[in-house]
Design a protein around this ligand. Sequence first.
Ligand code: 13P
Length: 239
Amino acid sequence: MNKLIVANWKMNNDFSDIPEFVKYVKKNAKGEDNLVVCVPSVMIKDFADASKKLMSTGAENCHFAEKGAYTGEISAKMVKSAGASYVILGHSERRHIFNENDEMINKKIISALKEGLKVIFCVGETLDEKSKYKSVIKTQILGGLDGVADLDNVIIAYEPVWAIGTGKVATTADIVKVHGYIKNLVSENYGKNLPVLYGGSVKPSNSKEILALENVDGVLIGGASLKAEDYIAIAKSRN
Ligand code: 13P
């Protein structure tokens, strides 16, 4: 199966960028599958309607409650009914800017899985934590997956915080080492081999090397996913 190529538009591309992005993919990505584009919640429906079977649509976050008095929040059910099949949870920007902790992320994961969404669960250490990445990632994974009965729809994304939007990419040796650690940890605790994506300054010039690595099941791309040309160039570098 082709490795997963996930775009995270964050709060960048707008409604007006959707038609051109989809048109480019339609024209230039024949035969490419396992393409997922995560967009701001208000744009899910438009993106899903425009991209149809070409790409899957994802959300960048959702709330853990099914419904209620949570002004400004969006439930997993709303995300699903708008046309998303994936949701990113636990992104470092959610953890650090919006103070999401492992317990909240765990509740979100449970809620999203209950709705039948595929969860892209992000973990990763900050620069200060680099020497103790194992304990940081272990706490994030065991906390986030606490009580999750069915892991079939869980995909882990390893995004070292110091590599996000900085142009600094983890070395290939580091990626292999940390992905191996994550795979072993999950296998020991849950008896499963979960897919692990790498994220952090992935771009067309480095994606081929990263995607060829052992234990890398795909990539999660921020800045280089905003232009369809770069996004598709990364997808094509899988082969
Ligand atoms: P960049 O690719 O811009 O470093 O962002 C990575 C990321 O945070 C994807 O979720």
